[in-house]
Design a protein around this ligand. Structure first.
Ligand code: PMP
Length: 352
């Protein structure tokens, strides 16, 4: 606390990101990054952009990238927005679409940044409890007087997926407010709600290059929706930081969208590893949610998650533990390479 802080600064409870240790020897299964390198074509494109043009500001309209992203999904540039990672787009969306006089609806167990942004923008959360199986109780996501809905699909950290039909139901139940579907993990087995954009002008779908394209360090995210929603995001963006993406990110992101073969190869690999590790953990007595993401959410009745977390850490494997009611006996384990996961499984077996 400082006497120089504004009341807003003093009231914040900032997000605590997962640990990024300097020691490269850790096996990092704690922040849902890709265990694989970015496409070689991305690195080449970024290297090609390291030149004297860096003295010039980047394109404030991100035209080339917006063209590439909209074409990739069969949308128009007017339906497409790009930002510095999906976290930035989430911040813009909270400011652009949610009325501080009305509560914002989201799950009680979900991406914890939503609570942080809600506080930042003076929005009251209306928390919906996950069902007994840690699934999203769709029938609860409606009502009078709320100012919007935000749901990650798959949810984080539970990894559970909603079907496209379920999302359609959600949209039918919430016709008068903006519904944000955060698809950070959609490429690992889900079906994107982008298919519904033509039918619902209140739907905003947010995606990222951080997970399935192995580019968390580049900070590139997308939003797709009706032109009026995209206009709203641009109003916020241009009132905040009109340049957002830098020259290197703009070039690298276009190249990422063009290398479909590599994208498919690394997502298929992560999915195959996920299924193998989930089965082995179940064999060891773990409860493993039905993950369609690049991580597993696991718990064991006979062992405290926090103890396992600390013991793994001591042995050089970082996973994520959340000290939150109902999930405080769960661990979130990002999918690494097969070798990394074998080490994780071996150490886990030794501890239980
Ligand atoms: N949404 C969800 C559900 C996430 O888990 C994350 C990653 N922490 C993000 C958004 C943000 O991803 P990025 O800013 O790297 O695009």
């Amino acid at each position: 606390m400082s006497k120089y802080w504004s009341p807003l600064t003093a009231s914040l409870e900032p997000y605590v990101p997962g640990e990024q240790p300097k020691d490269k020897r850790y096996i990092k299964l704690n922040t849902n990054e890709s265990p694989y390198p970015p496409s070689a074509k991305v690195l080449e494109a970024i290297n090609g952009a390291v030149n004297e043009d860096l003295r010039l500001y980047p394109d404030p309209n991100c035209e080339a990238l917006i063209e590439a992203a909209s074409a990739y999904y069969g949308l128009s540039p007017e339906q497409t927005f790009v930002g510095n990672g999906s976290d930035e787009i989430l911040a813009f969306a909270f400011a652009a679409f949610f009325d501080p006089k009305k509560p914002l609806m989201f799950a009680d167990i979900t991406y914890s940044f939503y609570k942080v942004y809600a506080k930042f923008y003076g929005l009251e959360p209306q928390l919906i409890s996950l069902d007994d199986e840690l699934g999203i109780p769709l029938d609860q996501f409606h009502g009078d007087g709320h100012g919007g809905v935000i749901i990650p699909n798959p949810n984080a950290p539970t990894a559970e997926l909603l079907s496209l039909e379920a999302i359609r139901t959600l949209l039918e139940q919430n016709r008068d407010v903006v519904v944000v579907i955060d698809e950070a993990y959609i490429d690992f087995g889900g079906e994107s709600a982008i298919a519904l954009i033509g039918d619902y002008d209140n739907l905003l779908v947010i995606q990222t290059l951080s997970k399935s394209r192995a580019l968390a360090g580049l900070r590139v995210g997308f939003a797709f929706g009706s032109p009026e929603l995209i206009d709203g995001l641009n109003r916020i963006k241009n009132s905040f930081n009109s340049y957002t993406l830098d020259r290197l990110a703009l070039r690298g992101a276009v190249a990422a969208l063009q290398d479909e073969e590599y994208f498919k190869q690394i997502t298929d690999k992560v999915i195959a590893t996920r299924e193998r590790v989930a089965e082995q953990l179940r064999g060891l007595g773990f409860r493993v949610t039905n993950s369609k993401a690049n991580f597993l959410f696991i718990s064991h009745d006979d062992f405290a998650a926090k103890d396992l977390f600390l013991a793994l850490r001591e042995r050089g494997v970082l996973v994520r533990y959340f000290a939150q009611p109902r999930i405080d006996n769960y661990l979130r384990v990002s999918i690494g390479t097969d070798d990394e996961m074998d080490t994780f499984l071996k150490l886990t077996k030794e501890m239980i």
